[in-house]
Design a protein around this ligand. Structure first.
Ligand code: ZN
Length: 270
């Protein structure tokens, strides 16, 4: 089922898909940043058809493939007219100059009241459906690296599982540059740290060095990330059926091996 809301950034579509009776509920977000159109292409042209073809792996999905359509469109136009990716930097925020990835009412937020309609929609969808996993697609800033960023323990477990498949770096969203301080206003902090909902911010990766056409660049990104995404969609879900996950949870916080299989000689929680 397709629905939408109207915003100053254009119509925000959201798709309610898959098995409504599934206990595994996924939320997929893309296109918060107008200068990151790869994320929208990934959601619309690769992930959604892939999930449909696989009957949603029996799970429930809500997908918002383009949270900043006005600016994403401007960036795609610029790419079509052969302007550099750097040209799109001016389209990063939404029409009202809001960073859609810094708009969440986290505890330490500078702007604790919600501003963008699409942020309100995401939060209300979570309040209605109580998602088990959130994926938020971006490309990366100056480093142009591909990274799987996590915000809580389950996110770490899943991001490390993805890393084992394709070697894309998995790391805590709050890294040394932030000196351990939770990022203000991000969906990662809001959902992952403050509500303990596993969320993985997928930084798709390295456009700086891409010489090939944009569609080939996106195909390349899909080829890289698809096996790790398949792992999330098909192979693993933090639930009672996943023994590795249950072991992981059982061992959380255990530093030493005290004979219960956790710690240095067992499943490490660190
Ligand atoms: Zn971004």
């Amino acid at each position: 089922m397709k629905k939408n809301i109207n915003t100053p950034d254009g119509a925000i579509n959201y798709f309610i898909l898959g098995n409504r009776n599934s206990s595994a509920k996924y939320l997929i977000l893309a296109g918060k940043h107008g200068n990151e159109p790869e994320s929208v292409v990934m959601a619309e042209e690769y992930i959604m058809p892939y999930l449909r073809k696989n009957n949603y792996f029996g799970k429930f999905f809500i997908i918002l493939p383009n949270l900043n359509p006005l600016q994403i469109g401007r960036c795609l136009e610029a790419i079509e007219t052969n302007q550099s990716f750097e040209h799109c930097r001016r389209f990063r925020l939404n029409k009202n100059k809001i960073d859609l990835n810094a708009d969440y009412p986290t505890k330490n937020s500078d702007t604790p009241s919600l501003r963008a309609e699409q942020t309100k929609l995401v939060i209300s969808l979570h309040e209605e459906y109580n998602f088990d996993l959130i994926l938020d697609f971006h490309t990366n800033g100056a480093s142009h690296m591909n990274i799987y960023k996590y915000d809580n323990e389950v996110g770490r477990y899943l991001a490390r599982g993805m890393n084992r498949i394709n070697s894309v770096v998995a790391r805590d969203y709050v890294h040394h540059k932030n000196k351990g301080v939770a990022l203000s206003g991000t969906s990662g902090t809001y959902f992952g740290k403050e509500r303990n909902v596993p969320i993985i911010t997928v930084e798709l990766g390295a456009r700086k060095y891409i010489k090939r056409p944009f569609n080939e660049h996106c195909q390349n990104l899909w080829d890289l990330h698809k096996p790790a995404l398949r792992y999330l969609f098909a192979d693993v879900m933090p639930d009672e059926n996943d023994e590795d996950y249950q072991d992981y949870v059982r061992c959380l916080g255990e530093e030493d091996d005290d004979g219960d299989g956790c710690g240095t000689n067992g499943i490490s929680a660190t």
